[in-house]
Design a protein around this ligand. Structure first.
Ligand SMILES: [Zn+2]
Length: 218
């Protein structure tokens, strides 16, 4: 198993929400867990993996990897039938009854950060009376907030590691969630060097540094 630490840094305000209606535009579904005596937000590995999957789908074919372009299980199976087997994106991120090469752990907050909490009145209040109980809160993490997690990749599919690198690069130049921008940094301590061919070394080196520097810290 190829393992690496991965850091994610909010470049813009990151909107996180717990049970927040989609219309309020959470970038990530926030989950909180009890750490000591307080609740701390963390990013579920599944949502980070989902963002990476969409990023990979956007760029795969441009770099010679195959992509069925589907996310819905029955459509994936159908698409793969006509492709003579699972596409590269699915081999990395998983498909129905197929093992994903990549697994992504939960991302926990590093350091201390102050979140800004906004409370809004329900948008569905048709009675015009302020439904005081129908308030929603959204939480915004300031730019500079860093999350840390672990990714693992099957060694037997190391030939597809470049697709993961491309997805990471795409993620930090594109959109994370609905409107946030998130930087990524790979802290693999040289592990990937063994598995990544020469033509991808430059990309690998780039991913070992933050792309967005000079972010105002809280
Ligand atoms: Zn596929």
């Amino acid at each position: 198993m190829i393992k690496s630490k991965l850091k994610l840094k909010a470049v813009t305000l990151l909107t996180v929400g717990w049970g927040v209606p989609e219309v309020l535009g959470a970038d990530v579904v926030q989950v909180k867990k009890l750490v000591g005596d307080r609740l701390e937000p963390y990013l579920p590995g599944s949502s980070v993996k989902g963002s990476l999957r969409s990023a990979a789908s956007r760029v795969a074919e441009g770099y010679g990897f195959t992509s069925c372009g589907e996310v819905e299980p029955s459509r994936i199976s159908k698409a793969h039938e006509s492709m003579n087997g699972p596409c590269d994106v699915c081999k990395v991120f998983g498909w129905p009854n197929g093992e994903a090469a990549l697994s992504v752990g939960n991302f926990k907050l590093t350091g201390s950060t102050k979140s800004l909490v906004l409370t809004r009145v329900s948008l569905d209040d048709r009675t015009q009376t302020a439904a005081r109980e129908a308030l929603y809160s959204t939480e915004h993490l300031p730019p500079g907030t860093v999350f840390e997690g672990e990714i693992r990749f099957l060694e037997s599919r190391a030939n597809l590691l470049p697709l993961l690198l491309l997805a990471l690069a795409e993620l930090r130049t594109g959109r994370f969630g609905r409107r946030s921008l998130v930087d990524v940094k790979l802290e693999d301590e040289g592990v990937f060097d063994k598995f990544v061919a020469g033509e991808w070394k430059e990309l690998l080196e780039e991913l070992r540094e933050w792309l967005w520097e000079g972010v105002v810290r809280p």
